[in-house]
Each structure stands twice: as C-alpha cells, then as structure tokens.
Design a protein around this ligand. Structure first.
Ligand code: IFM
Length: 436
C-alpha cells in the first residue's frame, strides 16, 4: 500500500466530483428554466471577463464520453449535482421530462460502467422564479425544495444509492446574500441569516422526504477548515471563535445536536439580526444523517484585525496549503459530532499549462498526496472517514472567477472541448487502482 493511504481501511472508496452549472452548459435547452447563476453571471462585473455557464464543458452533450473518462480513472463513485431549473423550471409544478431524462441517462451510464452515482440536489443554482419570490430568506423556498427532492427521487430513487441535499450552504447564504460575491448578489447580513436557517430547514424537510422513501445513505455537504487564533490575545481568540461559529457550528450544531450555538445567536443578535426558528424546525433540521460531507481546501489563522497570512505556499486561488489543518478538522469533527464523514471535495487550482499535449501539474499531485495523507492521519487518529472524492473531475466554471481557475484532474480546452488527462489524473488513477 502507498504511504499516502497508510491506515485507510480496505473498503475506503474513491471518486471525483462536479456540479451542474459548472460543467453542463445547455443553459436554454430542453425546457431548462433560468437559475440565479444565469442571471447573476450577466451582471456587469460579477464574473471575471464576463464569463458564464452557458456552454461550460458542454457536458450536457458530451455526457457519454465524460462517463467513460470517469470510469477510466478507476473511481468507485461520481458525485454530480442536479440542476433544479432543468428538472423543475420555475421551482414549482411538474417535472420537466426532458430535463430529468438527462440525469436518468447519466445514472444509467454510470451504473453500466460500474461507477456508483452520488447525487447532490442543490449546488447553488436556485430557479430564478424562486429568487424573484424571495429566495432563501423566504421560508417557503424550503418547502419548494422538499417538493423538488421528491420529484427527483420519483425519477431516480430506484437507481441512486447516495443523496446529498445541499452543497456548502455557507456559500449560498453568506456569499449569495451577505457579501454579494455569488448569485443572487444581495448584500444583507440579516438576509444571510434568514437564508442560513431556511437552507437548513430545506435540508431537513428534504431529508425527511427522502428518508420516508427509504433512502439509507443521506447527508449534507459543508465547506470547513480549521480556525486558530494568531495569539492568546482575547481579540484574536474571539476572532477564531467567531469564524468557527459562523463557518462550522452554525450548521453542525443544529444538524447534529438540534440547537444553534448560544455564542453564535448572541453574535447574530449583536448585529441586529436573528435566526427565524419556528416551533419544530430544529427537530426537522436534526433528522439523523448517515454522512456529513466535508469539503476542505484551506485553513485560517485569525487575529482581531482579520485573517493573518502565515507565509505558506498558496494555490492559484491564493488559498494557503495547510494539510495538517485538514487532519485537525477531521479529528475535531469526530470529537464534537461523532458522525460518519466522507470527503466530498478536496483539490486545488494551479496555473496549469498544456505543452505538447501534456499537463505536468506536479503541484496538484503534491497537493492531493499531502491532503490524502492528512485524511489517512485523521483516520489513524480515530476519525470515521469513509471515502474521498477529488474536486474536480475536469476544469470548469469557477463561479466568480470564470474559467481562469482550473481545478480539474482533466484539462478542458474550452475552444474545442477536448479533454486531456493531466499528470494528476494518472497519479490518482494509479493510487486508486493500486499502482502506486
Ligand atoms: O468549485 C467550487 C465548488 O463548486 C464548491 N466547492 C469549492 C470549489 C472550489 O472553489
């Protein structure tokens, strides 16, 4: 066994991940409705170079060859997301048969090639009509999500074993409604807090819906990192506490422990906002989970004045490379929440170059090796981590950064839509199939 994976159990699984808006394209085909990202990306200045997901990796049309690519990597699982406006265009009403058919064919193709489909219901592409009605700050959106979960399950529940409700609700709530850097681009802390609660409620309602239909592998995916104080100065310690509170505990405490953390509620109130909890919500939100999906990219050191750079090497996103923060995060999650975990995303953007048909992305190989080692160290230390899914299968639309940031194991030529395995893809395949 490779040193990188030392201590991982024999049934540890491997995969790759993507999301609908980042790869599919076909934004106006086969009855797809508009999503908040279609609208936001057209807002001047919202995305670098004015780029958008209209075409992206054209995966909607190239799905069969992409499934062959996935299977060729030797992975056990492929995590994809369903585009809500593709299968239920306005976010209400009946299913769009042509939209759901795409996912049905995708699932069948994966199963034919021996790859387990892992379905995420929501990776940030809210139907625009629901945003126009109030978006995530509106409680009704959570009920619309429950209905949508049922529609997707009606069509795919017989073939998809693993279901994730939401991907990274922090991004939906905070980047979407507080900082305005993601769709829908609103800038209100109070709305972000309402959105946070309604996203969690949406998760709980959908989880209950799926559970009642017999789904036995159910979870939510959160983006998290380790937060440490730059010094023992009380201002620094409090900054780290707040970052952890708003980044991790505001989600996992209600999800796993059935309550919001008191210190976070006090922080929210101090900023003149509130979390609109109605009777019974916390019981819904804490519907038991089979798995918590962990998305890890970096960790932060905090001072009273903000995040403190530590001088470590960074990725093309300017994110510090901190594998040991990954180990400590997983051990802490095990200690505080004790739920099975899967790494649903981990990876890095670097300034890759295609030279003579090759992409020698040795920095990505080093990143992946050090982070998989970090997971293995956490497992040896007692963390219950069941699998690892690399972000991402292929280069794709990196939200506000457009196509300039490449996270893929596979290079995408956006002109010709040619796919080229990077060195990291070959390395990952060899790791999984025992060649390393
Ligand atoms: O590309 C994103 C993905 O959509 C969600 N998690 C983080 C990735 C890298 O920024």
């Amino acid at each position: 066994m490779s040193d990188v994976t030392a201590g991982l159990p024999d049934d540890f699984f491997w995969g790759v991940a993507t999301s609908a808006y980042q790869i599919e394209g076909a934004w106006d085909e086969d009855g797809r409705g508009l999503s908040i990202w279609d609208t936001f990306a057209r807002r001047p200045g919202a995305v670098v170079n004015g780029e958008n997901g209209d075409v992206a990796c054209d995966h909607y049309h190239r799905m069969p060859e992409d499934v062959s690519l996935i299977a060729g990597l030797g992975v056990d699982k492929y995590r994809f997301s369903v585009s809500w406006p593709r299968v239920q265009p306005g976010g209400r009403g009946p299913v769009n048969p042509r939209g759901i058919d795409f996912y049905s064919r995708l699932v069948d193709s994966l199963l034919e090639k021996g790859v387990d489909p892992w379905l995420t219901l929501y990776h940030w592409d809210l139907p625009q009509e629901l945003e126009d009605a109030g978006g995530w700050p509106l409680r009704d959106t959570a009920h619309r999500f429950q209905d949508y979960a049922g529609l997707v399950h009606d069509a795919l529940g017989d073939r998809v074993p693993t279901w994730t409700t939401l991907n990274e609700p922090w991004c939906s709530a905070v980047l979407g409604y507080e900082t305005g850097r993601h769709a829908p681009g609103r800038t209100s802390f109070a709305e972000a807090m309402r959105a946070t609660h309604h996203l969690l409620l949406a998760h709980g309602l959908a989880a209950g819906e799926l559970r009642s239909r017999g789904v036995s592998s159910l979870g939510i995916t959160l983006n998290m990192g380790s937060h440490t104080a730059a010094s023992s100065d009380p201002g620094d310690v409090d900054a780290a506490r707040r970052a952890d509170g708003f980044g991790t505990r505001i989600y996992l405490d209600p999800l796993v422990l059935g309550r919001y953390p008191d210190d976070v509620l006090a922080d929210v109130a101090a900023r003149g906002a509130s979390i609109p909890v109605a009777d019974g919500d916390l019981a819904v939100i804490s519907t038991p989970l089979d798995v918590v999906g962990v998305n890890y990219y970096t960790s932060h050191v905090h001072s009273a004045g903000g995040v403190v750079p530590t001088g470590r090497p960074v990725t093309a996103m300017d994110w510090e490379i901190v594998p040991e923060g990954f180990t400590s995060l997983l051990l802490r999650l095990q200690r505080d929440y004790s739920v099975p975990m899967v790494i649903t995303e981990n990876g890095a953007a670097f300034d890759d170059r295609l030279v003579d048909g090759l992409v020698e992305d040795v920095d990505r190989v080093a990143y992946l090796a050090s982070h998989i080692s970090a997971v293995a160290a956490a497992v040896r230390g007692g963390a219950d981590v069941r699998g690892y899914l690399a972000w991402s299968l292929m280069d794709n639309f990196e939200w506000g950064y457009g196509y300039g940031k490449r996270f893929g194991l596979v290079w995408v030529d956006y002109g010709s839509q040619e796919r080229v395995l990077k060195r990291s893809a070959r390395w990952y395949r060899d790791l999984i199939t025992g060649g390393l």
